[in-house]
Design a protein around this ligand. Structure first.
Ligand SMILES: Nc1ncnc2c1ncn2[C@@H]1O[C@H](COP(=O)(O)OP(=O)(O)OP(=O)(O)O)[C@@H](O)[C@H]1O
Ligand SMILES: [Mg+2]
Length: 256
């Protein structure tokens, strides 16, 4: 049975999509079978894998609106063993539509059941909000990864996020424990980077696992999407590539 991991933080631009694209690629290179579900109407993970957003016949939206099954929407990527359920702007109307349905918070969970045993990991790229899509991701998830950008105000909104995660656990009896906190856009050479890292450790204390691997600020990670490739295929020597491979190794080790 595959593990569903939501990559979540309602703060915009903290590296959720970059992590979804590159961690999934790194896991696939470790011989894991991986699915990325692009749950963001921005479709950045879709573009990140070089998939054209327009003219998609099947997307996350077609699945959530029950016009296709999850299995039908799964698309191969350029990476062996790595698959994608793409997304585009059609998903932006879904929140209102879904909210009218009974059990609207568990539509994604239900849809994923059919593919769960095909994959080792299913990573969900979550949009930057605490809306219905995010709720669906939390209900579907077995665990969450929270990327935190190493900047001031990094922890702003963290209490709301943790509250939402707890609420889902209690009300919907769907535990999605925190798999790990991930420091992104991190520069250990700067005072700011070190300060924020320290603050994050202090905030979570021993209660939550913080990945030992940190993701450096690396321009290659930002460039790769414009070539429609994960950074790991774009520049194998880059510090970004090396960091995401290390992260995948750390994550796989946690399972042992
Ligand atoms: N480690 C990094 N080094 C350099 N640039 C990065 C890094 N991580 C992400 N970026 C860049 O920062 C921007 C935001 O990253 P990304 O899209 O991954 O964040 P996000 O959390 O998914 O954003 P959103 O909340 O809008 O979905 C992108 O332009 C991305 O290329
Ligand atoms: Mg994103």
């Amino acid at each position: 049975m595959g593990e569903v991991v939501a990559i979540i933080n309602q703060k915009g631009g903290c590296g959720k999509t970059t992590t979804a694209v590159n961690l999934s690629t790194a896991l696939a290179l470790l011989d894991k079978k991986v699915l990325v579900v692009d749950l963001d109407p921005q479709g950045n993970a879709t573009t990140g894998f070089g998939v054209q957003k327009s003219d998609l016949e099947r997307t996350v939206y077609t699945v959530l609106s029950r016009q296709a099954t999850m299995r039908e929407a799964v698309t191969p990527t350029m990476v062996e063993g790595l698959f994608l359920v793409p997304s585009n702007i059609s998903l932006s109307g879904a929140e209102v539509e879904l909210s009218r349905e009974i059990g609207f918070h568990s539509i994604l969970e239900e849809a994923l059941k059919e593919v769960k045993d095909i994959f080792d990991y299913i990573l969900i790229d979550v949009p930057p909000s605490l809306g219905i899509l995010t709720l669906n991701a939390l209900v579907a998830a077995d665990s969450v990864i929270i990327p935190i950008q190493a900047e001031y105000y990094a922890l702003e909104g963290m209490a709301d996020l943790l509250k939402t995660i707890n609420l889902v656990q209690e009300r919907l009896q769907s535990p999605a424990p925190i798999k790990g906190i991930l420091m992104t856009l991190y520069d250990s050479r700067t005072r700011l980077g070190r300060d924020v890292h320290h603050e994050v450790k202090k905030f979570f204390g021993e209660e939550e696992y913080i990945f030992k691997t940190t993701i450096p600020r690396n321009v290659r990670l930002a460039e790769a999407p414009s070539y429609g490739k994960p950074c790991i295929l774009y520049d194998q020597e880059s510090t970004g590539t090396i960091a995401y491979i290390k992260l995948a190794q750390e994550m796989v080790k946690l399972e042992d």
